[in-house]
Design a binder for this molecule. Structure first.
Ligand SMILES: C[S@@+](CC[C@H](N)C(=O)[O-])C[C@H]1O[C@@H](n2cnc3c(N)ncnc32)[C@H](O)[C@@H]1O
Length: 310
């Protein structure tokens, strides 16, 4: 989605942009190539932060910040940055994280059952040990769309009574043995691993906070570009922008539109942008990507305009 992201963000000379999910730095580099601008980059992963700091040594137009993107407004302010011309989020796990067995994200590579992007909080092993069977089933259903969530949760609870889960291989094998139906071409543990990763890293809570923070940070006319890989995340982005653009106010089409606050954002395109078929062929992980782009609007009233400009 690199070309689509650059075209949606439309960076211009002299602008300041936030890449809130630095990862391997692909987006940051593409933005810096597209315009003579400055990129403020954030990541919570110590290895990504190291890569970003390395890049910043040779690239004075880039600043690397360590932390969560939910705190983007505080991080940008502490680094001395004011209103921004654009923000991009490429949410989810990076291939660096996925392809490193030691990080514990992969059901294909055996490693510790960790899945933490940052270096704090509960690991996936802690979560699998702590949650009740019902809680595990709800988690697999909600964050993984796992159709056999109950069966898988029961198998996990039975197995952990004998021995706690400590490796990805161990969990993947238990999930595979519990499932009756598996989509062809898909590993049986895909959805369970996705659900655990989303919970371990509080990915939906982080996204919700980032959406609110983006309103605070973007200058009028500034763009918010979000690439999401999970339907719950894409729904959250769409609903937030709809609400902030004044669309979320109709309770029913039979009732009059309730007057609410002035729109703060607008979709530049109502429909999500999907990856080109050639990209999906090259990288099957991109198949569920959805890109959304919105623009921050200037407030109608002079008081809010003054607050935005401050
Ligand atoms: C899909 S990768 C981004 C890849 C990047 N666009 C590139 O071109 O290399 C997502 C990155 O965001 C980071 N990340 C995910 N959630 C985060 C959060 N809440 N706060 C900060 N970084 C986060 C991950 O650690 C990971 O490095």
């Amino acid at each position: 989605m690199l070309a689509e992201m650059v075209s949606a963000l439309a960076p211009r000379d002299g602008g300041v942009y936030l890449d809130a999910t630095f990862g391997g730095g692909g987006y940051t580099r593409a933005i810096l190539e597209a315009a003579d601008c400055h990129v403020l980059a954030i990541d919570r992963d110590p290895e990504a932060i190291g890569r970003g700091r390395q890049l910043a040594l040779d690239e004075p137009r880039m600043t690397m910040l360590a932390g969560r993107f939910s705190a983007m407004a505080e991080l940008a302010a502490a680094a001395g940055f004011g209103r921004l011309d654009g923000i991009v989020l490429d949410i989810g796990v990076s291939s660096f994280q996925l392809d490193d067995a030691a990080r514990g994200f992969s059901f294909r590579l055996d490693g510790p059952l960790d899945m933490r992007m940052g270096d704090e909080g509960e690991s996936a092993a802690d979560l699998v040990a702590r949650l009740s069977g019902d809680e595990l089933a709800a988690l697999f259903r909600e964050f993984g769309d796992e159709p056999e969530a109950g069966r898988v949760a029961r198998a996990i609870v039975a197995r952990r009574a004998e021995r706690p889960f400590s490796t990805t291989g161990d969990l993947a094998a238990t999930v595979a043995a519990a499932k009756r139906r598996v989509k062809p071409g898909r590993d049986p543990a895909t959805q369970v691993f996705q659900a655990l990763r989303i919970a371990v890293n509080d990915e939906l809570g982080e996204l919700e906070a980032a959406l609110h923070a983006s309103l605070q940070l973007l200058a009028p006319g500034g763009r918010l570009v979000i690439v999401a890989f999970h339907s719950a995340e894409d729904r959250m982005v769409k609903r937030f922008i709809d609400e902030r653009s004044g669309r979320g106010r109709t309770i029913s089409r039979h009732l009059p539109v309730v007057d609410g606050p002035a729109p703060e954002m607008r979709f530049l395109r109502r429909k999500a942008i999907l990856p080109a078929p050639a990209e999906v062929d090259r990288n099957p992980r991109a198949r569920s990507a959805r890109l959304r782009v919105a623009e921050r609007l200037a407030a109608d009233d002079p008081e809010t305009d003054r607050r935005l400009a401050a």
